[in-house]
Design a protein around this ligand. Structure first.
Ligand code: DX5
Ligand code: ZN
Length: 216
């Protein structure tokens, strides 16, 4: 029952972003998940830092920034200036991940690393102690509303074991295809944070849906 919910703004109404953020402010959401895409690392473009800065003016919850971009090192200060609390980069996008994680911490943010569906959690063996969060993708990143990839549950369980064996506080977040059914399975496997986009915003009653996810 101590898990966090991080609704994804990707499924919000971009013409009425302020309205949706105010709804999230008043909801039981813990964080606000912000998906930045570059059309290179993923086959889609979402929104960038100017939008994030505006979001930050209204948001009362910590910004959980998920960067689906190449060379995220270039944008660490911009994420910080746009109000980033958690800055998550992709394992597959970082050649010098240790350096990137260090620079995120130096900028005063929490550091997260995200894994695509094909990337084993064991690849984090030598960086795990430095991470505040691991984001396990349960869809191929780039779009909201995709079908959940069940192997993510197995990855969460394996990562939970690694984290517990070392006595770390690293959070496990899962992103993609999360609903009440998959969310429950992920929490049972040891997840700490659930991201949900389309499930929340297409439900007709987003705030109530967040409460349902929170109660899982
Ligand atoms: C996908 C994004 C997700 C997306 C999830 O690449 O990283 O955060 O918003 O959307 P749903 O919850 O609809 O799968
Ligand atoms: Zn995301």
């Amino acid at each position: 029952m101590n898990h966090k919910i991080s609704p994804s703004l990707l499924s919000a109404d971009f013409l009425n972003l302020q309205k949706d953020i105010e709804m999230l402010n008043a909801s039981e959401a813990d964080w606000l998940h912000c998906d930045v895409m570059d059309g290179v690392f993923v086959p889609n473009i979402s929104f960038g830092f100017p939008v994030l800065e505006q979001v930050n003016k209204v948001a009362k919850k910590p910004l959980d920034v998920h960067l689906m971009i190449v060379q995220p090192d270039k944008f660490i200060q911009q994420v910080k200036d746009a109000g980033g609390y958690m800055m998550t980069v992709h394992y597959e996008a970082c050649t010098h991940l240790h350096r990137t994680v260090g620079a995120i911490h130096e900028a005063g943010m929490k550091a997260g690393v995200s894994l695509n569906p094909h990337t084993p959690v064991e690849f984090l063996t030598d960086i795990l102690d430095d991470l505040d969060l691991v984001l396990i993708m349960s869809v191929n990143p780039g779009f909201g509303g995709q079908k959940f990839i069940p192997n993510a549950i197995n990855k969460v369980a394996r990562l939970r074991k690694m984290i517990d064996e070392r006595g770390l506080n690293t959070l496990i977040e899962v992103d993609g295809g999360v609903n009440l059914h998959t969310g429950k399975q992920l929490l049972d496997a040891g997840a700490d944070v659930l991201v949900a986009g389309s499930f929340v915003f297409s439900s007709g009653h987003p705030s109530k849906t967040i409460t349902e996810l929170k109660k899982l």
